[in-house]
Design a protein around this ligand. Structure first.
Ligand SMILES: [Ca+2]
Ligand SMILES: [Ca+2]
Length: 296
């Protein structure tokens, strides 16, 4: 049942029209910010939250920092207050963060006071790169000087800098976290694509829709192969490489330039779920296709 749900979710994502995705959002301070990939640009999943000390008198839950900015004032409880020194980690699922021309990341901090946060990004949620501090009216960050041009990031960590201890809501108030520099991220469950242990693509109609969508986006493509941790690390790396190559071949055979496609074999090194359960292992066996539009 879960498999079917994940697959339908994937179909929904590929059926959204790319040409209509770019969108402008209110920045919470009276201005506007444009996101080239529209609604998918925003953080999707809560990884962890440790509320600061002192905490707000009433917290509205860290999940309020996910998805599109939706705070319109009027004391709506649609944001997350970090508390004094609080720390929030979120993850992008249907998009990734990448460096484009100009600012790449935007933190929607609401309220009359500017309460800065320190911002960190990570590829896999373990090693963090400091990319600066929001504040002084600037909630946007350009990551270019901290990363390689082809790097992609899926995790963002923000930490309240302990500026304001007083009041009922100490710490920054966060409505949303969005990647202006954003790539599409298509996550495919390996069991749909391949037989166990094999790297020969099954004949699946839906792959045609995905290929069409990737062509429409017209950008640079990274195909990542991932496995669970059953078997040796070396054999898993080889399997993930062969599977990534099979997807690359599919794309090239359908007319996409080979020079625009990079493959990466992660093997078992970058799990997204717990390898000690069958459900977790199934989520870890995957191919992720990242497509960064060439014009943003
Ligand atoms: Ca998203
Ligand atoms: Ca940039």
């Amino acid at each position: 049942m879960k498999k079917l749900y994940v697959f339908l979710l994937f179909l929904f994502v590929i059926q959204q029209s790319y040409s209509q995705t770019g969108k402008t959002y209110p920045d919470g301070k009276g201005g506007e910010v444009f996101f080239p990939l529209g609604d998918i640009s925003f953080a999707d999943e809560l990884v962890s939250f440790s509320v600061g000390d002192p905490a707000p008198i009433e917290g509205y839950g860290p999940k309020n920092a996910l998805q599109v900015p939706d705070y319109t004032g009027n004391y709506e409880k649609k944001y997350t207050t970090l508390g004094f020194g609080g720390e929030l980690i979120v993850k992008f699922i249907d998009n990734t963060l990448a460096d484009i021309e100009g600012p790449d990341l935007y933190i929607f901090e609401i309220g009359p006071l500017v309460e800065p946060v320190d911002v960190y990004i990570s590829k896999e949620g373990k090693d963090w790169i400091s990319v600066g501090r929001t504040g002084g009216g600037f909630s946007e960050l350009d990551i270019s000087e901290f990363v390689e041009p082809s790097d992609i990031f899926r995790y963002v960590k923000i930490v309240d800098i302990k500026k304001k201890k007083s009041g009922k809501w100490p710490g920054a108030d966060i409505d949303a976290i969005g990647a202006i520099g954003s790539a599409f991220n298509f996550k495919l469950n390996s069991s749909f694509l391949f037989d166990t242990g094999k790297a020969k693509l099954k004949d699946i109609n839906e792959l045609g829709s995905l290929v069409d969508k990737i062509k429409e986006i017209n950008g640079s493509i990274i195909v990542e192969g991932h496995t669970d941790n059953v078997g040796s690390a070396e054999s898993n790396k080889v399997l993930s490489e062969n599977r990534a190559q099979a997807i690359k071949k599919l794309l090239v055979d359908s007319g996409i330039k080979a020079s625009s496609i990079t493959t990466k074999a992660y093997g078992e090194s970058s799990p997204v779920a717990d390898n000690t359960t069958e459900e977790g292992r199934e989520q870890n066996r995957r191919v992720e296709i990242v497509v960064l539009p060439s014009k943003q």
